[in-house]
Design a protein around this ligand. Sequence first.
Ligand code: ZN
Length: 283
Amino acid sequence: MHEPVDWSTDLGGGTRAALIQAGTFRSDAGALFGPVPRILWDRLVTDEIDAEHRLLQALNCLLVETPSGRVLIETGIGERVTDKVREMRRYQGKPVVPALEAAGFDPSTVDIVVMSHLHFDHAGGLLRTDGSKAFPRARIVAQRAEWDIALDDNSRIVASYDQPELRLVHGWGSDGAVDGEVELLPGVSVIRTGGHSKGHQAIVVRGANRALAFFGDLGMRPWSANPRWVSAFDDFPLDSVEVKGELFARAAAEGWLVVLSHEPVTPIGRLTPDRDRYRFDPV
Ligand SMILES: [Zn+2]
């Protein structure tokens, strides 16, 4: 069992961020590396690849405290999974609510829940097992375009989203939807990126001293630092490559802390230009 990484930081001016790892699951290694030939990635994953050729993926969330309110970034897979799905995905560890409580945060004090996109492993934690709201007073923020595509009837879309669950939260969950680049609270902004999914977004938090970025599934693991290394789960890979190039250039130039969405062991780091790509240096 993966031991959650304990990490938090002070960004200055009363803004703090804490990593909350809401369990782990496993994904097919080939699908995670998409178009990249195995000979180039094999050696990066020797320690974690299992007998079924899968990698260990953490469900990284962030609790951001600002003078204007508390923001939770991502909700993981959550607690509403059948034993069959739990076994199939090798889902283990504490879901987001008990993980937040273990870190000393009360879920009922969260003002905003913002998700990079609505795939099952990011939007699964909005409801408790009994169907009640996991974050009762929170505004739920995803891009409006993401809500639209998430409930589409294209068969590939149907496979990547848990549509029955999303329909349960759509009525109130989509009230907080946004379009494009929006500042949710002073210092906390979302930027629509597309790429991984049609309405995918990045989240940028600016404190008085430092900024932190969460690129969602455009920045899953350290090797995502190469803009051309996109996963097979990206629905619009050319958009991913382009937007990763732009965002990573800003992150590198301005020294943003970067939190990866699925890295279990070294999820916090910085991006450094490296030839025609970037390098993720853990901090
Ligand atoms: Zn994901």
